[in-house]
Design a protein around this ligand. Sequence first.
Ligand SMILES: [Fe+2]
Length: 289
Amino acid sequence: MLKINRLKKIKSNFPVLVGDKVVEKNTCNLLIDEISKSKAFDDMIMGGRSRINKGSKNFNNYIKSSNNSAKLFKLFNSKAFYKKIETLFSKNFKDGSWTNTHKPKIFNQKKFTIKKKLNSSELKKLLGNNYTNPKVNLDIDFSVSKGGYRLRPHRDDITRLYNFLIYLTDIPKKNGGSLTIYRKKSKKNLRKSFRRFPKISELEVVKAFTPKKGTVVFFQSTPNSYHGVKRFIEKNCPKRFFIYGSYALNKPVIWNYKGTAYYPHIISTKKKMLTSFHDANYLTTAPKN
Ligand SMILES: [Fe+2]
């Protein structure tokens, strides 16, 4: 279903693999049909992205009635495919690249990142402070965006190892909606701190991808994996159908770059938010709690 041998590394400051025609045109169209037919979506985020999320009742119903989505989900939600991706990254990005310190041995098919609002102490409690023997799980959503959808530059949840995007629609360049990869402009001695939401002035654009039918992007969710989506303008253009997912641990990921470990420090807040809204800073020292 996925021609992962078409994935090639690109020049970037963190590990990214991209390939076009990884998913066949016909399969993309069938997946679009299925998402379009979905009567219910779990939530709407970021100014216009409707999602069907793994873990919801809605998702289970959707999978039951959508053959192609079910096939794709089954493929991704397996230890074998996870291992393939892990191997693909370690082959393409050998020495001197980012690695996760504690490799997961157990793949948990049933688990997913909870979509519940938590404050920072609840989040810290949920994730714990023992980083060893993590388990890995798939998170995935089937999404459609209308005009106005955008994502400011950010890094994903601190539990994530790999993120992926499967684009199902061709979007003309003038309509925006491109996935943009950023690099932190900083002096060498400042590369020890990676905020989740840096100021746009701290970043420079490395690359922007215009969504194309069948293009797949995988990237490692390293402390510096800053990315965003330019505002999507829905004018004489189809809606932006895509699939977003990740392989995530049940605890925070400790990253290693050339022998230096990076630990996430969750920023304290009393505000209850989804895990994806919590700020965290990756530093070379372990948190004290
Ligand atoms: Fe993201």
